[in-house]
Write a protein that binds this ligand. Structure first.
Ligand code: BTN
Length: 255
């Protein structure tokens, strides 16, 4: 199996994995840190990553049309849900990359969910193609999961948004969660390149979606999150009945 580098403190595991990728590390090489001082999330947001969470990044080497890169985010989210299921935590995915747990009190932007973690795909080498379009050759896939509530609690701005597995009654250590997740990510993530496998991933995600059926706002479009199309894009029907296909975005649930 590819190496798992376990580090104490880093700025961001994304940076370390990127350096390893540049040095030729194989697909599936994992970097895990106990703490990050400059963890980052999607849309250049900071990611609180003190002790108690699973902070990992994986070197991805594959070959898939760049337009299909979102499959990797969705595939990683699905594998994470499966691993959490085995551990007894039944999470859902807020499209496209948020891992969430149900919560009795609705929160702004999230609705009746709290954020347990998230997936961050940073595509690195994309070769321009002629006939079939650009091809993704390498990327770094990051995953953050709140396993234990940080000592002193989440930062103020996260208090109504974030949740850890311990709050949901699951007292696990980070290594146990890593143990459930590492091999599936290392060996199965690229399977989503195959259309049949990806169709299965989508079926699973549709059933475990925190977004479908909700009233949402994304990309300036407000409406009902109706379905995921065959490439995993979110289809939102606005109030005028027009169906919009959103390939990437930051979904706000209206509660
Ligand atoms: C998101 O929901 O915005 C994605 C969060 C991804 C956080 C992880 S933690 C490990 C890896 N290193 C980082 O700096 N970010 C990702």
């Amino acid at each position: 199996m590819p190496t798992i580098h376990r580090l104490d403190e880093v700025a961001s595991t994304q940076q370390v994995a990127r350096a390893l990728l540049d040095e030729g590390a194989e697909h599936g090489t994992l970097v895990v840190a106990r703490r990050q001082t400059a963890g980052r999330g999607r849309l250049a947001r900071a990611w609180q990553s003190g002790e108690g969470g699973l902070w990992l990044s994986m070197v991805v080497r594959g070959s898939l049309p760049a337009a299909r890169a979102p499959r990797l985010t969705l595939g990683a989210a699905a594998l994470t849900l499966e691993a959490l299921d085995v551990l007894g935590a039944h999470a859902a995915v807020k499209w496209p990359n948020d891992l969430v747990l149900p919560h009795a009190v609705p929160a702004a932007r999230l609705g009746p969910w709290r954020k347990l973690g998230g997936v961050l795909l940073e595509a690195l080498l994309i070769e321009p193609g002629h006939l079939e379009g650009a091809v993704l050759r390498s990327a770094v896939l990051g995953l953050g999961l709140n396993v234990r509530t940080p000592t002193g609690g989440f930062a103020e701005e996260l208090q109504d948004v974030a949740i850890a597995l311990d709050t949901a009654g699951l007292s696990l250590d980070v290594d146990t969660v890593l143990g459930a997740l590492a091999a599936p990510l290392q060996t199965r993530l690229l399977d989503v390149i195959d259309d049949t496998v990806f169709a299965g991933t989508l079926a699973f995600l549709r059933a475990r979606s925190a977004t479908l059926g909700m009233r949402v706002e994304v990309d300036g479009i407000a409406g009902l999150a109706e379905r995921l199309d065959d490439e995993g894009a979110l289809c939102v029907r606005d109030d005028g009945g027009v169906l919009h296909t959103v390939r990437a975005g930051d979904v706000q649930c209206m509660v």
